[in-house]
Write a protein that binds this ligand. Structure first.
Ligand SMILES: [Zn+2]
Ligand SMILES: [Zn+2]
Length: 103
């Protein structure tokens, strides 16, 4: 099992290719851009309530046998938020002042 490298921000649909420096993920691999995490989500995952970290960049080159972008390709399935804007706003309001390690 490898980390799913999802192709877009669930919030604004920005493309987040495997080498994107501004991709952020929660522990469930929910994927957003850094701008949405900072200015829209306030470090609260709309799906699980967890915080975010920078998504690591998978090497394009096969430095070790079997492990590279070619051998473990990124996901092509674009993911979009399934909840309403009102629901997400209330969820964020309830959680954002609690640090991720205490949620
Ligand atoms: Zn975004
Ligand atoms: Zn999440």
């Amino acid at each position: 099992m490898a980390l799913q490298l999802r192709p877009n921000c669930e919030y604004c649909d920005k493309d987040l290719p495997p080498n994107a420096g501004d991709a952020r993920i929660c522990s469930y691999e929910c994927t957003f851009c850094a701008d949405c995490v900072e200015t829209k989500l306030f470090n609260v995952c709309p799906n699980c309530g967890g915080g975010f970290v920078k998504r690591p960049i998978r090497p394009a080159q096969e430095w070790r046998p079997g492990v590279s972008l070619e051998k473990r390709p990124p996901s092509e399935k674009r993911v979009h938020l399934s909840r309403s804007a009102e629901d997400i706003a209330a969820h964020i309001e309830r959680i954002k002042d609690i640090p991720p390690e205490r949620r």
